[in-house]
Write a protein that binds this ligand. Structure first.
Ligand SMILES: NC(=O)CC[C@H](N)C(=O)O
Length: 223
């Protein structure tokens, strides 16, 4: 059985939802505690949403120094699929696994809504089950979701096809409408919206989160 580690930091909120989405895709969810220095032999890792360390300093800035992150960084650099959702995306940027940084939303309010996105890249471990250019709607809920990077970094992301999701109707001021990006190899993806909240018809207005986890299952089944 394919095993997907879901990290819990102090202040994580959506680790249980991420684990549930993993199970719905027919994969095994393995809890990984932030203070552990082992990845327990998992095949992929999810850094979930939430408020790690109370969002002190900057969102994700302290979680990046949790012992488990040393192992996550090594595994990601060796090609393991890693998905950072919202606070997890912030941790990936703070870890320098992904470039750029998140600042406070334009308007300086916490935004919580269903958000339309366009899937711009389907050659990643987490988006291969989408049709190129697919328009999807998933939950967005954060205070620091305004993605910014230096002009040459933005140009590099554009030129190399590493912008994975773009907002349709920019909710927070993100540069180039960026909602999610990948690393060069496409195994590491971070996005601000929450696919793990869009997997169950009982509570979600769309099931557009399911292909993220189906994409991972497909990639690992081929490996
Ligand atoms: N939902 C989340 O993961 C929120 C991330 C972070 N705490 C923020 O408000 O930006």
């Amino acid at each position: 059985m394919i095993r997907v580690g879901v990290v819990t930091f102090p202040g994580s909120l959506d680790d249980e939802d991420a684990a549930r989405a993993v199970r719905l895709a027919g994969l095994e969810a393995v809890p990984l505690w932030h203070a552990s220095d082992s990845l327990a032999g998992v095949d992929a890792v999810i850094l979930p949403g939430g408020f790690s360390y109370g969002d002190y300093l900057r969102c994700g800035a302290i979680a990046r120094f949790s012992p488990v992150m040393d192992s996550v960084i090594d595994a990601a650099n060796a090609g393991m699929p890693v998905l950072g959702i919202c606070n997890g995306f912030q941790v990936l940027c703070e870890s320098h696994l992904l470039p750029g940084a998140m600042i406070r939303n334009a308007g300086r309010t916490f935004v919580c809504k269903d958000q339309s996105l366009r899937v711009e890249a389907t050659d990643t471990a987490w988006t291969n089950a989408f049709a190129p250019g697919a328009e999807i709607s998933i939950v967005l809920k954060n205070g620091e979701g305004n993605y910014q990077a230096a002009p040459d970094t933005l140009r590099m992301l554009e030129d190399t096809g590493r912008i994975v999701f773009r907002y349709l109707g920019n909710p927070n001021g993100s540069a180039n409408d960026i909602a999610g990006i990948s690393n060069e190899r496409g195994n590491v993806v971070g996005l601000m919206p929450h696919p793990e909240h869009n997997v169950d018809p009982l509570v979600a207005s769309s099931l557009d989160g399911l292909p993220f986890f189906a994409s991972l299952a497909a990639v690992l089944a081929r490996a």
